[in-house]
Ligand binder design. Structure first.
Ligand code: SF4
Length: 288
């Protein structure tokens, strides 16, 4: 099929989308297609640094599966044909970034709380397979709170079979700091057990966001405890491929939250590497 100019084929097509949104990701050096399974913006965590704007209610409250799959199919086609780079939003994309890297289940809440999580993962994987996009990853960005549920376990297995990657959030070493930052009734122990169990089945990536809370960076004791938790996961047989160390990049939920400096992020990366022997990478405040 000849690739027609984007505005001819789908006038502002993806900008009208409600569930699927392509973004240029410097981190993945290509396009990442976000799939939002939480349009109602409800989450089972209430992180003090959350960047989802909950001051305004979303017009879309429920996932409409058929609509979501149509949007994903359409964006996959735009990426596969290269037409997406004719759109004003992507026309300045450097040549080396003109590639589709992944489909990411992320969005405005915790994706695994979606009740048909396993089915939607299977359907999205099928759309990717039908187009022969086997190199494109399926990434799950998650707080790991629901890994013990059967339908979530099934969803994780489907990810494994379709070039999946799981990025699980862990950014505390103690129950107290976990509660301060993530503000959820779910116990820290449950999160640790879930990450350990999932990491025994396939390697996981850990996402750790550290910040200043009331001007205070995480204490040396807390960071040491964080490294202890990572070591406990690997000593129990869990595989962790990378620890991504972040800080706040956009406006956080609470005004008393502020980013760490680049040097502070680097120091945490060095600490994680030396205390755990795991790979760790820094992502600074301005990284998208
Ligand atoms: S888990 Fe993610 S979406 Fe939920 S409150 Fe925390 S940062 Fe926000």
């Amino acid at each position: 099929m000849t690739a027609l100019p984007l505005h001819t084929r789908h006038p502002r097509r993806f900008e009208q989308n409600r569930f699927v949104y392509p973004v240029l990701s410097r981190r993945s050096e290509g396009i990442s297609i976000g799939v939002n399974l939480n349009p109602d913006k409800v989450c089972n965590f209430d992180c003090i640094y959350c960047q989802v704007d909950r001051t305004r209610q979303s017009e879309t409250q429920f996932v409409e599966t058929q609509q979501l799959l149509e949007e994903l199919g359409s964006v996959l086609d735009l990426c596969a044909s290269g037409s997406i780079f004719q759109h004003e939003k992507f026309q300045d994309t450097p040549v080396s970034f003109r590639r589709l890297n992944d489909i990411a289940f992320s969005g405005d809440g915790e994706p695994t709380t979606f009740k048909n999580f396993d089915e939607i993962v299977a359907d999205c994987a099928a759309l990717k397979r039908e187009r022969g996009l086997d190199d494109v990853k399926l990434v799950l960005i998650t707080n790991a709170s629901m890994f013990h549920r059967e339908h979530v376990k099934r969803g994780l297995s489907i990810l494994d079979e379709n070039n999946g990657e799981i990025w699980a959030k862990l950014e505390a070493g103690t129950q107290e700091y976990f509660q301060l930052v993530d503000r959820t009734p779910i116990p820290f122990r449950q999160i640790l057990d879930n990450i350990t169990a999932a990491a025994k089945v396939r390697p996981l990536v850990i996402q750790a966001l550290f910040m200043r809370v009331n001007s205070e960076p995480p204490s040396a004791t807390e960071l040491s405890a964080f490294c202890d938790r990572l070591n406990q996961i690997t000593e129990a047989g869990g595989k962790l491929t990378l620890i991504q160390v972040y800080t706040v990049a956009r406006r956080p939920a609470e005004s008393y939250v502020a980013p760490l400096s680049d040097d502070e992020v680097d120091a945490i990366v060095d600490l994680v590497k030396s205390r755990t022997g795991l790979g760790a990478k820094a992502y600074y405040g301005a990284t998208s």
